[in-house]
Design a protein around this ligand. Structure first.
Ligand code: ADP
Ligand code: ADP
Length: 226
């Protein structure tokens, strides 16, 4: 767990496109922060800069008080869940979940213990030997979440994780994500287009428009005003 501080962060892509403009945002330890805004407003760019998959052009990123600007993704101890699951098709469910632990050469006994615990939380224990292609969309998304929670990350970053699921599954997964986040108390940044997700999951909602931060408010202030 860790607070995330985004201080005057700017992003200009190599082709000159100014995608994020002087964004400052303090995300508290354990907070569930929602990022919303029209397509192309810079949500993914901001998320990718936090994870380290995209360089910050100027400004500062602090996680748990430590400056992260120059750190490689693997040194940031964050977990990201993508919209398209990003599972490895040739690996079993077990090995997909275990992947971050394998990268760190975690001892086998501990890998088994932690994958089993994650699988229990997400009700995946019956599917550990299967391949992603043998799973439903909802089960695949659970595997992606299992990979995110299998190690104690300082924060979770979600990029529209439920947008490929049907309405019923979306509802179930919403409940699942909220339960998981509250139980683990892990700081979370969650990009979505879905107002229901923003309202039910978010402690606060940050609104981006054309690369600028327009507003930060509680879901109630944002959506329930007369
Ligand atoms: P969102 O996630 O809100 O839809 P993005 O962060 O993906 O927005 O993109 C913000 C803007 O930056 C868009 O106009 C997009 O076209 C542009 N953009 C994204 N990636 C690149 C890139 N690699 N090079 C140039 N422009 C990019
Ligand atoms: P690989 O395909 O082996 O993961 P990458 O270049 O994609 O290689 O990633 C390099 C490092 O960045 C990995 O060791 C991983 O820890 C980290 N990383 C990659 N993607 C993510 C992500 N979505 N969330 C958190 N860390 C990531």
């Amino acid at each position: 767990m860790a607070a995330i501080t985004i201080k005057n962060v700017d992003k200009t892509y190599p082709d000159g496109y100014h995608a994020v403009k002087d964004v400052s945002l303090d995300i508290a330890d354990g907070e569930f922060m929602i990022l919303v805004g029209p397509s192309g407003c810079g949500k993914s760019t901001l998320l990718r800069m936090i994870v380290g998959l995209e360089d910050i052009t100027s400004g500062d990123l602090l996680i748990g008080g430590e400056r992260m600007n120059q750190k490689a993704p693997r040194d940031r101890n964050l977990s990201m869940v993508f919209q398209n699951y990003a599972l490895y098709p040739h690996l079993s469910v077990f090995e997909n979940i275990a992947f971050p632990l394998r990268l760190k050469h975690t001892p086998d006994a501990e890998v088994h213990e932690r994958v089993k615990a994650a699988a229990d939380t997400l009700e995946l224990h019956e599917h550990l030997d299967r391949k992603p292609s043998q799973l439903s969309g909802g089960q695949r998304q659970r595997v992606a979440m299992g990979r995110a929670i299998v190690r104690q990350a300082d924060a979770f970053l979600f990029d529209e994780p439920l947008s490929n699921l049907d309405a019923k599954l979306r509802g179930q997964m919403r409940t699942e994500i909220l339960r998981m986040q509250r139980r683990l108390g892990t700081t979370t940044v969650y990009v979505t287009h879905d107002q229901t997700e923003a309202m039910t999951l978010g402690d606060r909602v940050a609104v981006l428009r054309k690369g600028e931060l327009q507003q930060v408010a509680s879901p109630r202030e944002l959506y329930e005003k007369p």
